[in-house]
Design a protein around this ligand. Structure first.
Ligand code: FES
Length: 296
């Protein structure tokens, strides 16, 4: 267990906060509809939006810190203006980053949810102090503004570290398909064609990986990874709608033939398998672009 984990684990009140706040966040994000949810998740861009957006406040605040230091050392009006502008950009972009972060947190459970609360509380305090600093500077209390920002920056930096824990230690927003075996390089028989239903889906194991077989509306046989790339949900237990499958855990929707994400929270496409029929058997082989093949 890391030091951060040990500290967070020793703070049970974080769970009480999560139990009260998480349903509110889920309801608020749900009310936005599918498009808002997809945007917050980053599904249209095929990248988790929160980590990308956090670069803006972190970079802007770091620049503000640097300009504040140069202003203190040189009493330069230009440095002062640059510090104020960077701080304002960081504070505004911090609000957008917070919205996407809350959205990511809405489906966490257990230790990762608790770590998410600690991350969020520290960030909220850091953001509030940065906003206070903007006001203090604008009203002529620059020294107080600098101190408020300095404390806020330290809190946001600690929060950023916990955000890293969430990704690297808890696997938040990591494509779970990457941990699967790649599947066969050469066409391998996995099921008699007669055993694949005309509708629905069928999970078959081959070379240590679960493959989700289906027939599309044109009768073509399709195959994608059976384990959801979001949090490893079992797609074979999901609901099939036309040529798509909806994950039973958090509702991500994938194209059954291409693996493409139709709706989040997943952002990465499902790994895909090429199919053919030989001697009455369905054969599959891993597609060249699959993420498993890129890391081995
Ligand atoms: S595991 Fe979360 S959407 Fe599938």
């Amino acid at each position: 267990m890391t030091i951060s984990q040990r500290i967070v684990e020793s703070l049970p009140f974080l769970d009480s906060i999560a139990e009260k706040v998480q349903p509110l966040v889920q309801r608020a994000v749900g009310k936005g509809g599918v498009t808002v949810r997809n945007v917050l998740d980053g599904s249209p861009l095929q990248l988790p939006l929160h980590p990308a957006l956090t670069d803006v406040p972190v970079g802007s605040w770091t620049a503000a810190l640097l300009f504040d230091g140069l202003d203190a050392a040189t009493d330069s009006r230009a440095m002062r203006s640059a510090a104020d502008a960077s701080l304002a950009v960081g504070t505004v972009s911090g609000v957008a980053a917070a919205a996407t972060g809350l959205s990511d947190w809405r489906y966490l459970t257990g230790g990762s949810r608790r770590m998410g609360v600690a991350h969020g509380l520290l960030n909220a305090a850091g953001l509030t102090l940065s906003a206070a600093s903007v006001i203090l500077r604008a009203t002529g209390r620059r020294n107080a503004g600098r101190w408020a920002f300095l404390i806020g920056y330290s809190l946001s930096g600690t929060a950023a570290h916990l955000g890293g824990e969430l990704s690297y230690n808890y696997g938040l927003r990591v494509n779970r398909n990457v941990f699967e075996k790649p599947g066969p390089d050469d066409f391998t028989p996995i099921l008699k064609e007669s055993e694949l239903p005309q509708s629905g889906v069928r999970r078959v194991e081959t070379d240590g990986v679960g493959v989700l077989l289906s027939r599309n509306r044109n009768g073509e046989i399709c195959a994608i990874a059976a384990t959801c790339g979001h949090f490893s949900g079992p797609l074979e237990e999901g609901e099939r709608v036309d040529d798509t499958i909806i994950c039973p855990w958090h509702g991500s929707r994938f194209n059954l033939c291409t693996g493409k994400v139709i709706n989040g929270p997943a952002v990465f496409p499902q790994s895909r398998y090429e199919t053919r029929v030989r001697d009455g058997n369905i054969e599959v082989r891993a597609a060249a672009g699959n993420v498993q093949k890129k890391v081995r």
